[in-house]
Design a protein around this ligand. Structure first.
Ligand SMILES: [Zn+2]
Length: 123
């Protein structure tokens, strides 16, 4: 299996619900969002995916979140704006635009800090 990845950075604030029902104080992160794509065979150019296409799809998938307060942007006006949920939302957007018969998005990672990362993958 061939695997490639690309990443973008966005800046956004958020507030996660606390166990007592209140929201944590508003704060921001520079979120590093990584898409992983795999394919058992390469395209005629010898690629899993053109990196320009990957970067464009990734940028499109996070554009409405960049420089925003995530809690006010759908779908995070209805679900907690956690790295876990952001990874799933971005995965679903990317799978729609990048998956075809040969290749598929297999995971999206969302790094909130240099050491903390959430991943969503469909298994
Ligand atoms: Zn945070």
């Amino acid at each position: 299996m061939y695997r490639v990845r690309d990443e973008v950075m966005i800046s956004a604030s958020h507030q996660i619900p606390m166990p007592d029902g209140s929201l944590e104080p508003m704060h921001g992160h520079n979120w590093r969002i990584v898409v992983h794509v795999e394919a058992p065979e390469l395209d005629p150019c010898g690629l899993v995916a053109d990196f320009n296409e990957l970067r464009a799809a990734l940028t499109r998938s996070v554009d409405d979140f960049d420089h925003q307060h995530l809690n006010e942007v759908p779908p995070f006006d209805g679900i907690p704006s956690t790295a876990e949920n952001l990874a799933r939302v971005v995965f679903e957007r990317l799978a729609k635009s990048l998956d075809d018969r040969r290749r598929r998005v297999f995971a999206v990672d969302v790094w909130m800090t240099d050491t903390g990362c959430a991943r969503w993958e469909p298994r």
